[in-house]
Write a protein of this length. Structure first.
Lengths: 219, 689
């Protein structure tokens, strides 16, 4: 799906600065790359900016999630000595960078084949109905944004969604609603399988590699 | 040096040559879109697929694969044709079928290659994608749905023009090329995007829907907008110049031209002088006249005027033939007062090496240090600036600047504002210069002040000290701005003998009455109305109603550079032949012919009746002007110059890139550019400071 953004919109802040803490992190990140190759740090720095915006957004009223304003891209470009356009190219290419404000909880629903076969359509319906918004939209209170994404690599526990940094798996329409409800009250839901499945083993427990599972303390 | 076989033909190539280049060397055509021999290789269009036997069993992108020893390559196997057909089909999925209304039609790479590899039906039932058009300024029109995402334009803007503002946004089906933030493209070389784009996504805005390529008459000629003498092709329909394109000349413009050269051609149809005019003494207005009336009027006015009371000035766009004819006419009157440096420059023109771009333009590719003195090459010779940029980025040549700071599109070391800084440099670096082939590029503007001659001498001496001029290397380069200048200097259109008066003195003479008649051949680069005394009788010969004609008492309509055959000598001293592409408008005539006819009316008939006779006369006296495209090396001798160097800083003479001569000033496109880029210019200056 095409990313939604307006680079010159009103909501774009005039300027962007990394906080003290982020500045330290940025310096560490840049130091990871060999001399003359600092531009490679553009991706982690974009992520850093997005996280910083997310932290600030969590406290804001109404809240918002992590996103990267144009000013941040320009700032990163200047930091790394690369033309701004090169930063925009990277930022628009990857779907994980949000270039417009999103809700505090960015709900990314996987609708690729395995999840779809296991009922992702229902998850989509349930979420839309519960939140009262369509795909690509944000709730009025700024808490949720719904988007559809391609495979997130947790097919064994399909259907699944990613909300901010966490995966929620083995969903049903009920557990999805519950999940959204918990988040709306700013509480922490259980991460991972919503059916009590451990890792990606069978629901009833390990059927193979049992010894190893025991050893790892998951069975 | 790997040896390989392509289509059963053997070839040995340099290490690192790509298969595509090797195939081209063998005369085998390999279709391609993204590959361009002056840009980096992204290998993203996949049109150049070939089969490499023994390699992995799939076609390989020949533009990005280096030749290897013993490779066996086929460019015509079934696998190759199938693969290319596949690529072409993919490309056409989203390409609109609007060739009949596309300006690229008839000279489109995609169209041509679709003839070879295209499929005559579409198997694609989904929606075609549409991409919003981008606003890139007054010169480049975009129809982005036609874009095949070859990224040539992105690479050109970044690598050649030095303005990295284009990029590819989003990915997959959503990819689009643009500036993303709605910036317009600010480069003097933007017109080249039109040539570089293999499809009709980027086309010329002023030329939009004007003509089809096959109805144009094409003439190979020489550009006159700066002193580089870029090789161009003039495309005309009827009498009208429809567009101007670059021609390849590796040693001058490679395959680029700047936007003035390309887009000022609409100025050739505006504000033209198409019949003679005589200024009515009572009303002060110019009144139409016939050639005979104009000549008779001049003859009457010149009666009794002595040679020493006459003077002649030559403007920036004149051809050598015109200049020689005027010089001969002045000679017939015994007048020593003439000058071609109407920008007020004073410098020694005693030896050719004094005023040439001695290292030659191609010499920049050998230079290992470049110092720019009192010049902004981006404005004074934009194509040359691209070459300097290349030297910096490809070979890491260090670049210094003395004079006004400006944005050159590459980083430079700022030495200081004036001559004192050059002298300090001599002190600091004498005997310590590591560079073996240093190049100094001195803008002709530094001499446009009273101490010009002294500066010339001082710079020469400094250059000598720092090894810029040695036995086998001469990096002492003057960068002229006017196409006519070197030609005029070569034929000695400067004050004659001891008593001859130069530009400044002539203007003074018109005010104090010692100069009674002034002949201006296309001299439009100074404000004639303000600078010429009101009593002086002024004859203006030229093609545009500009500064010169505004002051003239008689106007003789001449031909613009596209309307006459003429020799132009570029800043390196390279004579080249401009060719006539169309005829001058109305009663206007070729300039040498006007001078010849006038000389007869004045009873001083010039001894040539045909262009051939005139050229013979020129070559007899200056044999090098007959050897086209050859640079006669000039021996460097000590520059003579009198007086003291003043303290003042060097100033860049070109303030507005788009308005440097009468043709540009008449051009709507050029004034649109000036308006559109004004704000951008200011931002750029701030950034440079
Ligand atoms: S606009 Fe033209 S040059 Fe640029 S990427 Fe598209 S097809 Fe290539
Ligand atoms: S020319 Fe080789 S991939 Fe485009």
């Amino acid at each position: 799906m095409k990313k939604l953004f307006e680079i010159n919109a009103d909501y774009q802040p005039e300027s962007f600065e990394f906080t003290k803490a982020s500045q330290k992190k940025a310096a560490d990140i840049i130091a990871l790359y060999p001399k003359g190759r600092q531009q490679s740090a553009v991706m982690p720095l974009l992520d850093l900016a997005q996280r910083q915006m997310g932290e600030e957004g969590a406290k804001a009223e109404p809240p918002h999630g992590g996103w990267i304003p144009r000013a941040a891209m320009d700032h990163i470009g200047d930091m790394l000595g690369m033309p701004h356009i090169k930063v925009y190219e990277v930022a628009t290419f990857y779907s994980m960078y949000n270039l417009a404000p999103v809700g505090k909880h960015l709900v990314q629903i996987c609708t690729t084949t395995p999840c779809w076969l296991c009922g992702s359509d229902e998850i989509v319906q349930a979420s839309k109905k519960h939140l009262g918004i369509g795909m690509g939209e944000t709730t009025k209170d700024g808490k949720f944004t719904l988007v559809e994404v391609e495979c997130l690599g947790a097919c064994v526990n399909a259907p699944m969604v990613q909300i901010n940094d966490d995966y929620y798996e083995d969903l049903t329409s009920e557990s999805m609603k519950e999940l959204l409800g918990t988040l709306a009250e700013d509480m922490k839901p259980t991460i991972g399988s919503q059916k009590g499945r451990k890792a990606s083993m069978a629901l009833s427990g390990p059927t193979t590699l049992e010894k190893q599972a025991k050893k790892a303390g998951v069975a | 040096m790997p040896k390989l076989t392509i289509n059963d033909m053997e070839i040995e190539v340099e290490q690192g040559t790509s298969i595509l280049q090797a195939a081209q060397a063998l005369g085998i055509e390999v279709p391609h879109f993204c590959y361009h021999d002056r840009l980096t290789v992204p290998a993203n269009c996949r049109m150049c697929l070939v089969e490499v036997e023994g390699g992995p069993p799939k076609p390989a992108a020949s533009c990005a694969m280096a030749c290897g020893e013993g490779m066996v390559v086929r460019t015509d196997s079934e696998m190759v044709t199938d693969a290319r057909k596949g690529v072409m089909e993919m490309m056409l999925i989203n390409h609109p079928l609007d060739c009949p209304v596309c300006d690229q039609g008839g000279e489109c790479d995609l169209q041509d290659q679709a003839v070879g590899y295209g499929f005559d039906r579409s198997r694609f039932a989904e929606n075609k994608r549409a991409v919003p058009d981008k606003e890139l300024g007054p010169l480049i029109k975009t129809v982005m749905s036609r874009c095949i995402n070859c990224t040539r334009c992105i690479r050109f803007a970044e690598e050649i023009a030095g303005t990295p503002v284009l990029g590819q946004m989003n990915r997959g089906e959503d990819s689009e090329v643009g500036t993303f933030i709605g910036e317009i493209l600010r480069t003097e070389l933007s017109g080249n995007l039109v040539d570089i784009c293999p499809v009709g996504a980027l086309t010329s805005k002023p030329y939009a829907f004007k003509a089809r390529s096959w109805e144009l008459k094409k003439t190979q000629s020489i550009d006159v907008h700066d002193a580089l003498g870029a090789n161009i092709r003039i495309d005309v329909r009827g009498r009208e110049v429809m567009r101007i394109l670059p021609r390849l000349h590796e040693d001058i413009n490679e395959e680029w031209i700047d936007d003035r050269t390309r887009f000022s051609c609409d100025g050739l149809n505006k504000a033209r002088l198409d019949r003679p005019y005589i200024r009515d003494e009572d009303s002060g207005k110019l009144v139409e006249a016939s050639w005979d009336e104009a000549f008779a009027f001049i003859a009457g006015k010149l009666k009794g005027v002595k040679g020493a009371e006459m003077a002649a000035l030559v403007g920036d766009l004149a051809a050598v033939e015109d200049i020689v004819a005027l010089k001969d006419l002045m000679g017939a009157y015994g007048s020593p007062n003439m000058d071609c440096r109407t920008d007020g420059a004073v410098f020694s023109a005693a030896s050719r090496a004094d005023y040439l771009f001695n290292s030659t333009i191609a010499g920049i590719d050998e230079a290992d240090a470049i110092l720019l003195i009192g010049t902004n090459p981006r404005y004074e010779a934009a194509v040359l600036n691209a070459r300097i940029r290349k030297a910096h980025f490809e070979r890491d040549v260090s670049i210094g600047l003395v004079g006004e700071r400006c944005d050159l599109t590459y980083p430079y070391h700022y030495v200081g504002p004036g001559m004192a800084d050059v002298e300090k440099m001599v002190k600091d670096y004498k005997g310590k210069m590591k560079a073996k082939r240093p190049v100094w590029i001195i803008g002709s503007g530094v001499f446009a002040r009273p101490d010009g001659a002294a500066i010339h001498k001082a710079l020469y001496e400094a250059a000598k000290e720092l090894g810029v001029i040695t036995k086998d290397w001469n990096g002492f380069n003057i960068l002229h701005r006017a196409a006519s200048r070197v030609g005029a200097l070569d034929v000695g259109f400067v004050p004659q003998g001891k008593g001859g008066r130069g530009f400044a003195s002539i203007l003074e003479g018109t005010k104090d009455g010692s100069i009674k008649a002034l002949y201006m051949l296309g001299a439009d680069e100074f404000d004639a109305r303000a600078e010429i005394g009101w009593k002086c009788f002024v004859i203006y010969q030229g093609h545009h109603g500009d500064y010169g004609a505004a002051r003239a008492d008689v106007v003789l309509p001449g031909a613009a550079y596209t309307e006459k055959d003429g020799i132009y000598v570029n800043t390196e001293g390279r004579p080249q032949q401009g060719k006539r592409a169309s005829f001058p408008p109305g009663d206007a005539k070729e300039d040498w012919a006007i001078l010849r006819a006038l000389s007869e009316a004045l009873g001083k008939t010039l001894p040539y009746d045909t262009p051939v006779q005139l050229r013979t006369r020129i070559v007899e006296e200056w044999p090098h002007l007959g050897e086209f495209d050859l640079i006669q090396p000039a021996k460097s001798v000590a520059v003579k110059g009198a007086g003291k160097v003043l303290k003042a800083a060097f100033k860049n003479p070109v303030k507005s890139f788009y308005l440097t001569n009468a043709i540009c000033r008449a051009s709507d496109t050029m004034s649109k550019c000036t308006d559109a880029f004004k704000g951008v210019d200011e931002k750029m200056l701030e950034a440079a400071e």
